[in-house]
Design a protein around this ligand. Structure first.
Ligand SMILES: Nc1ncnc2c1ncn2[C@@H]1O[C@H](COP(=O)(O)OP(=O)(O)OP(=O)(O)O)[C@@H](O)[C@H]1O
Length: 200
């Protein structure tokens, strides 16, 4: 196989103001002009991409995710997920609800995808329909973030006849613009916040 299917990017966030006040020190450094990081003074790790504290949302998106959107529009599947300890910057990197400079992956995918679909429509007359599902798996419980108030709802993870793993019972919503997609995500995020913090 010429192309590797799974790529791993590492992002080191800057120290936060309260960490600076408490005199925390950076312990992970990007080796300049490489995709390697040095932990402490002698442990070197290699990734497909490595981003330091000054990397912008745009840089992360353009290197790691933008090529996947094009893959998607050619009919393939793509998955992006963030993994890291609490407070490491997953939510910041993923974003959702901000089409500006600070917008994250979700925002940029939404914008990018609709603009590419618009181009396709204008050049080839291709009509498309975008359907969204938005789910949370938390403490082994699946929650449909598009149906926040339906507490009786049960979702199941199953394999379908094509051998794909799917969530059965998830609500789908048709969206026609990046703004509409992000409003769906924002509404779901409010629920996610309530679930994980107990705040209303
Ligand atoms: N690259 C970055 N630049 C500036 N601030 C950042 C960056 N990454 C994260 N932060 C800030 O660091 C804090 C923690 O980030 P975030 O909430 O994204 O972490 P998390 O991994 O989602 O945490 P949790 O698992 O607890 O939800 C936030 O205040 C966020 O704004």
């Amino acid at each position: 196989m010429s192309e590797v299917c799974v790529k791993v990017a590492l992002r080191v966030r800057p120290l936060l103001p309260n960490e600076l006040i408490q005199n925390h020190k950076v312990c992970v450094r990007i080796v300049p002009d490489t995709a390697q990081v040095m932990v402490g003074s002698d442990k070197l790790f290699s990734f497909d991409h490595a981003f330091g504290p000054t990397a912008t949302q745009d840089e992360v998106y353009n290197s790691c995710v933008q090529p996947l959107v094009e893959t998607l529009l050619r009919g393939d599947n793509a998955t992006v997920f963030c993994f890291g300890q609490t407070g490491s910057g997953k939510t910041y990197t993923f974003g959702g609800g901000n089409l500006g400079e600070e917008g994250g992956i979700i925002d940029r995918v939404a914008e990018n995808m609709f603009s590419l679909l618009w181009e396709k429509k204008n050049s080839d007359g291709v009509e498309t329909k975008v359907r969204v599902t938005y789910l949370e798996l938390y403490m082994e419980q699946l929650q449909d973030l598009l149906e926040p108030h339906n507490t009786d709802k049960e979702l199941f993870i199953r394999e379908n006849d094509k051998g794909n793993t799917v969530v059965v019972g998830a609500k789908e919503r048709v969206v026609t613009s990046a703004e509409e997609l992000l409003s769906v995500v924002e509404a779901g995020n409010v629920l996610r916040h309530i679930n994980t913090t107990g705040d209303e």
